[in-house]
Design a protein around this ligand. Structure first.
Ligand code: PAF
Length: 285
């Protein structure tokens, strides 16, 4: 494991001091918000951040407000030392690692309320999730004042929610989506993949294959509704408990019926065993 060199800071004040010093020296800042348990997908976010800025600020905060009471916040993996070593290897300059009291001080009473791309999909299954995400991300944007912020396309709805929020609240930064990293068989990288049994792992690439087959069918003229229905049948037939598999407008995430209406994104969420997987792809037009 590489030696830990990235500097962790725990308070907003320390974060602002460092960022101000970089800014005074004319440097651009990239923010990479995470909840830790870093894997290659997070490393790709830091690498992309480095391409857009002089300094990369990683944040590690397991945000309680985006977990429902039924989702076990206490079981979320916390691997700070390993994360800091990985952040160093990926070239991060600073790690902001606040505790809950720093982010949500006594009496905290403000949340970001969302419509638009937050409607449906994940929200149908995790109704309070994006409000928690948007609130903590808005705080991180204000605290770190970055020029750019990097988000994985793997959480595509999150990317659109955060992009819309930054635009709507006039937050002066660019939100940049970073393409999903995949295993050789197409399975999107996720910290949850480790929970898959051997049989579940073997079945998991069906999600990506079904999305690709649907995208190819739509591109060659199959009506979206038919292609999506065929993909749902494939995913359910492979032993998944399908939560949604939908075609949406790639930016607004509004339902979409044809390629003529705009860029199309296909998004899926499904459970296999006890593990919930999500994935998405663009439909070439
Ligand atoms: O994608 C995540 O890890 C989290 O939702 C984020 C953006 C760090 C907010 O807590």
């Amino acid at each position: 494991m590489p030696r830990t060199t990235v500097r962790p800071v725990h308070t907003v004040q320390e974060l602002r001091q460092q960022v101000s010093a970089w800014r005074a020296a004319g440097e651009r800042i990239a923010l990479v918000p995470t909840m830790g348990a870093l894997h290659a997908g997070h490393m790709a976010l830091m690498t992309a951040g480095r391409q857009h800025a002089d300094r990369v600020v990683l944040t590690i905060f397991v945000n309680p407000t985006q977990f429902a009471p039924t989702e076990d916040l206490s079981r979320y993996p916390r691997t700070l030392e390993a994360d800091l070593a990985k952040a160093s290897a990926a070239g991060a300059d600073l790690a902001f690692v606040p505790d809950v009291a720093e982010m949500y001080p006594e009496g905290f009473a403000t949340t970001v309320s969302l419509t638009g791309p937050a409607l449906g999909l994940e929200t149908d299954f995790r109704p309070t999730h994006f409000s928690g995400v948007a609130t903590v991300v808005a705080k991180l944007f204000i605290q770190a004042a970055p020029d750019v912020a990097m988000f994985g396309e793997k959480d595509y709805q999150q990317l659109q929610v955060v992009t819309r929020m930054a635009r709507d609240l006039d937050l002066p930064l660019n939100v940049i989506g970073v393409p999903t990293l995949r295993e050789a068989d197409g399975l999107a990288l996720s910290s949850r993949n480790v929970y898959l049994s051997a049989d579940e792992r073997a079945a998991a690439p069906v999600l990506y294959r079904a999305l690709n087959d649907a995208a190819a069918a739509i591109t060659t003229g199959t009506p979206i509704a038919h292609a999506v229905e065929a993909a749902r049948v494939t995913v359910s037939g492979a032993g998944f408990d399908l939560q949604y598999l939908e075609a949406r407008h790639a930016q607004t995430l509004a339902p979409i019926q044809s390629l003529a209406e705009g860029p199309v994104r296909l998004l899926v969420a499904a459970r296999i065993g006890t593990t919930r997987l999500i994935d998405n792809i663009a439909v070439p037009s």
